[in-house]
Design a protein around this ligand. Structure first.
Ligand SMILES: Nc1ncnc2c1ncn2[C@@H]1O[C@H](COP(=O)(O)OP(=O)(O)OP(=O)(O)O)[C@@H](O)[C@H]1O
Ligand SMILES: O=C(O)c1ccc[n+]([C@@H]2O[C@H](COP(=O)([O-])O)[C@@H](O)[C@H]2O)c1
Length: 192
C-alpha cells in the first residue's frame, strides 16, 4: 500500500486538517492516509498542549463520521519525546516492510524542515506532499526541496485560533466538527 503520513500536534484537530486530508487522498492517490498524533513537536512549547489521550480522542471523534480510508495512529505515544519524525519513520518502516510511505504537511512545516533532525535523510527517502498556507512561498518550497504541492484553496484556520476562541468563550462550531466542540466543552479544554 501507498500510505500518506499526516503528522501533527492536532491540538485540537480542526476542519482545515480534515479538508487537507480529503484533498491529499483525492489528488495524490494514497491507498490510505494516517493521522499520526505527536506527543510533543520538538520545535514547539508544550504549554497549552492537551493530553495525548484527549488529542487522539478528538481525532477519532472527528473521523468517526468520515467514510474515507483514514486511520489515526498513536505510534509516537510509545516513543521518546520530543517526537522526532525520523525515528517514527524508522519504526514504521520496520513494522510495515511491504508498504510505501510519504509525508504530508502544511507549507509552514516544510519552510522549517532544515531545523528537523536528520532532515536530509527524510528528504532523500520520503516523498513530501504539502498543502500551501498563507504567507509561505509555495513555489520556492517546491524548487528548494523537490516537494509536491497540492493545488487547493488556502485555509485560514489554525489550532491556535481555536484555542484562543475557547479562551475568550467564543463559539467554535464553525471551526471544528460538532463532536469535537462538544468534547472540548465537556472536558473544559483550553479554558485557561
Ligand atoms: N490552515 C492550514 N493550511 C495548511 N496546512 C495546515 C493548516 N493547518 C494545519 N496545517 C498543517 O497540518 C499539520 C498539523 O498541524 P497542527 O496540528 O500543528 O495545526 P496548526 O493549526 O498548525 O496548529 P497550531 O496553531 O497549534 O500551531 C502541520 O503540517 C500543519 O502545517
Ligand atoms: O523531527 C523533527 O526534528 C521535527 C521537528 C519539528 C516538527 N516535527 C514534527 O512535525 C509534525 C508537525 O507538527 P505540528 O506541531 O506543526 O503539527 C509533528 O509530528 C512534529 O513532531 C518533527
Amino acid at each position: 500500500m501507498f500510505i500518506g503520513l499526516y503528522f501533527g500536534s492536532f491540538n485540537p484537530v480542526h476542519n482545515g486538517h480534515l479538508q487537507i486530508a480529503g484533498e491529499m487522498l483525492c489528488q495524490v492517490g494514497f491507498d490510505e492516509l494516517w493521522f499520526v498524533v505527536s506527543p510533543h513537536n520538538p520545535l514547539k512549547e508544550a504549554a497549552n498542549l492537551a493530553s495525548n489521550f484527549d488529542r487522539l480522542a478528538m481525532l477519532q471523534l472527528a473521523l468517526s463520521e468520515v467514510s474515507l480510508p483514514i486511520r489515526v495512529s498513536d505510534v509516537e505515544f510509545n516513543l521518546p519525546t520530543p517526537s522526532y519524525t525520523y525515528k517514527t519513520l524508522e519504526v514504521l518502516a520496520k513494522s510495515h516492510p511491504d508498504d510505501r510511505f510519504a509525508l504530508i504537511m502544511g507549507s509552514d512545516n516544510l519552510a522549517v524542515i532544515e531545523k528537523w533532525r536528520e532532515y536530509e535523510h527524510i528528504l532523500e527517502k520520503y516523498p513530501i506532499y504539502f498543502y500551501p498556507r498563507k504567507g509561505d512561498d509555495a513555489e520556492g518550497l517546491v524548487s528548494a526541496y523537490g516537494a509536491q504541492k497540492v493545488d487547493a484553496l488556502l485555509l485560514d484556520i489554525s489550532s491556535t485560533q481555536v484555542r484562543q476562541m475557547v479562551l475568550q468563550s467564543q463559539p467554535i462550531d464553525h471551526l471544528v466538527p460538532l463532536s469535537v466542540a462538544a468534547y472540548i466543552r465537556d472536558k473544559g479544554l483550553y479554558a485557561e
